[in-house]
Design a protein around this ligand. Structure first.
Ligand code: E4P
Length: 218
């Protein structure tokens, strides 16, 4: 299972990279705005800065919603760095753009996916990744994890190569449940990765080991 961090915050990206388990980064326009990154040139530079920190894939989202504009924007993003994956929204022109990019060997991440039908379409168009937003489904009393399971089932039926990137992961249990279901990738905040470390028996066990060592070596 690949671990992506879902942020545009360079400090957090570096912290996750230093942990040694990071496989990539996802961003979106809201995450960019949260870090105060505005203006096309600054945004493009920020993607390059992220690519310089991590070794894996970095999703960079197009803002256009019309096919030819998406293509122009996506090609410029892909040309920035070999790690860039063009993030395209799940709309009609987005599907056309994914097919176009796929035919040209440009990797894509189909974003804002909320149903298995959308995920099927993204795979048919040749998306590299499909991003079902599980947290946002949970937010409206729908079952985000069930969507991951449905997509896993459908993709396995036909051996689609599109990777299931569980997005809008909010906490550690989302990560564990996605791993049980067989999501290929999860993207979440640093806290969702660091939460995997925690167990009180680890902490109390280590404290006792260290105390016993100290007793015997004083
Ligand atoms: C996915 O790539 C998105 O950036 C992200 O996971 C959205 O998460 P949110 O619902 O917590 O905003």
């Amino acid at each position: 299972m690949k671990f992506f961090i879902d942020t545009a915050n360079l400090k957090q990206i570096k912290e996750a990279q230093d942990l040694g388990v990071l496989d990539g980064v996802t961003t979106n326009p809201s995450l960019m705005a949260k870090e105060g990154i505005t203006g096309r040139d600054n945004i493009l530079q920020h993607y390059k800065d992220i690519c310089a920190i991590v070794t894996g894939d970095v999703s960079a989202e197009v803002i256009s919603t019309e096919f030819s504009e998406m293509v122009k924007e996506g090609e410029a993003l892909a040309a920035l760095h070999e790690q860039i994956v063009v993030k395209v929204p799940m709309i009609k022109d987005g599907i056309k753009a994914i097919k176009y990019f796929s035919d040209k060997g440009i990797r894509t991440n189909c974003t804002l996916v909320f149903s298995s039908g959308q995920a099927l379409l993204a795979a048919k168009a040749g998306a590299t990744y499909v991003s079902p937003f599980i947290g946002r489904l949970d937010d409206i009393s729908s079952d985000g994890l069930n969507l991951i399971a449905e997509i896993r089932h459908i993709y396995d039926n036909y051996a689609f190569q599109t990777e299931i990137l569980a997005a809008s992961v909010r906490h550690t249990m989302h990560v564990i449940d996605c791993a049980k279901i067989g999501a290929d990738v999860m993207t979440g905040p640093l806290s969702s990765i660091e939460g995997l470390l925690k167990h009180p028996l680890t902490d109390s066990g280590l404290a006792k080991f260290l105390a016993d060592y100290k007793k015997g070596n004083n």
